[in-house]
Write a protein that binds this ligand. Structure first.
Ligand code: HEC
Ligand code: HEC
Ligand code: HEC
Ligand code: HEC
Ligand code: HEC
Length: 272
């Protein structure tokens, strides 16, 4: 009896171990076969060399964080943010111009991030530089910058409302911080994120119903067009959020939610 139990425990542990080790490997293999996967980085020496580094841990861990980000998927290599020469095989040559983010001259210093990210995220940065946050960041260095909310390599966007609220509270509920004048910002920000999530979900629901309708060869052009328009309004609201006009962002998200709900109800009435 005891032996059987141990066999079970051991085989369970083995299954877990295989399960855990198999999944990252699978995703690596999958990435290598996709057009934007590592195959696209064959000649990118930053990626080739950093892929082979296991030490120091701090450096290696950043590589894996990038690997799992939207950026690696979309062919945004290290040099696009860090600078340096991605064609150089020699470390010193490759690293020319690469400065740790703590250096004020680094492209990745908090105060310089908006300019660095601007090459690809112009609309978002344009919204951000109009905010009091950018002003505070520029004047005293105390405002939040892109990585305050998006992790180092934008491997994560904050989606979880309580997390957002805590993040804002670090300044907006801190005594003596000029941001404490806007003490209601954390609670309002959590509501905006809830409203974004709700709108995202109902759009996704409607898109699912439309794809079901297509399987049944139903004519759903009007609904499709309307959803496309609503998705764009929501995308725009997420860009505008970077101005930190929290009421405005909330209104747009709610408008999208209401209208997408109408579309969803219409689809349901059509038997979907
Ligand atoms: C031939 C290998 C090699 C190439 C090519 C290479 N690196 Fe590195 N990189 C390293 C090693 C090794 C380290 C660890 C620190 C050290 O030895 O300088 C490192 C460290 C770094 C760091 C951390 C610096 C710090 O001290 O915090 C960054 C950022 C970095 N590399 C970015 C890049 C970028 C961007 C490119 C391409 C433009 C690149 N690397 C190309 C080997 C390489
Ligand atoms: C989308 C922009 C972006 C890309 C692409 C990117 N990084 Fe980074 N990386 C950053 C930012 C911003 C920081 C600093 C902020 C932080 O660490 O919180 C950083 C920090 C680092 C650090 C820690 C040292 C430092 O400067 O603070 C290393 C090491 C690093 N990145 C390596 C890489 C490697 C290797 C690649 C490519 C495989 C890469 N990064 C791709 C934005 C990027
Ligand atoms: C060379 C172009 C390029 C640069 C530079 C760049 N990005 Fe991106 N970024 C992209 C692309 C492409 C996407 C994917 C967009 C999409 O799928 O709609 C993306 C996506 C994102 C996302 C969404 C991630 C998600 O999971 O949905 C965030 C957040 C982001 N970037 C932040 C940044 C920040 C912060 C910087 C500066 C440190 C930066 N980016 C620099 C091209 C870039
Ligand atoms: C105070 C927090 C915060 C700061 C600072 C911030 N962002 Fe964002 N960002 C967000 C939130 C929240 C979203 C919306 C996430 C969602 O629901 O999709 C977002 C979304 C994005 C997206 C994706 C938009 C989309 O289409 O889904 C990009 C790209 C982005 N931010 C880039 C940046 C850049 C570049 C900076 C710096 C100039 C920056 N962000 C600063 C919180 C922030
Ligand atoms: C690193 C500190 C810091 C963080 C984190 C931070 N803020 Fe701020 N915030 C400031 C500062 C500083 C000001 C400007 C205060 C002043 O007027 O002097 C400000 C101002 C604001 C304002 C007033 C803007 C205006 O134009 O009237 C809003 C709204 C705001 N923040 C929302 C947020 C939200 C939402 C978050 C979290 C997603 C957040 N902040 C996170 C520091 C921060």
């Amino acid at each position: 009896m005891v032996r059987i139990k141990w066999v079970l425990v051991v085989s369970f542990a083995l299954a877990m171990a295989i399960g855990f080790s198999a999944s990252p490997q699978k995703s690596l293999a999958q990435k290598q076969t996709t057009p934007y996967g590592l195959g696209a980085y064959r000649d990118n020496q930053c990626v080739v060399c950093h892929l082979s580094l296991t030490e120091p841990l701090r450096i290696s861990a950043h590589f894996y964080e990038w690997l799992n980000s939207k950026h690696s998927e979309k062919a945004v290599g290290c040099e696009k943010c860090h600078g340096g020469n991605a064609l150089a095989k020699d470390k010193e040559d490759a690293h020319k111009g690469v400065l740790r983010s703590s250096f004020p001259q680094s492209r990745l210093h908090l105060q310089n991030l908006p300019a660095t990210c601007n090459s690809c995220h112009q609309e978002t940065v344009t919204a951000f530089v109009q905010s009091k946050h950018f002003q505070a960041l520029k004047d005293s260095g105390v405002g939040p910058s892109c990585t305050t909310c998006h992790h180092h390599m934008a491997s994560a966007v904050i989606y979880w409302p309580p997390e957002t609220s805590q993040l804002c509270a670090a300044c907006h509920k801190a005594e003596g911080n000029p941001a404490a004048r806007y003490a209601q910002a954390p609670a309002k920000a959590a509501d905006v994120l809830l409203a974004f999530n709700r709108a995202d979900e109902v759009i996704e629901w409607s898109q699912f119903l439309i794809s079901e309708g297509h399987k049944r060869r139903m004519q759903l052009k009007a609904e499709e067009e309307e959803l496309k328009k609503l998705s764009l309004i929501l995308k725009d609201a997420k860009v505008k959020w970077h101005e930190f006009d929290l009421e405005g962002s909330r209104q747009h998200a709610d408008q999208v939610f209401m209208e997408a709900t109408n579309v969803k109800n219409r689809l349901v009435r059509k038997g979907l």
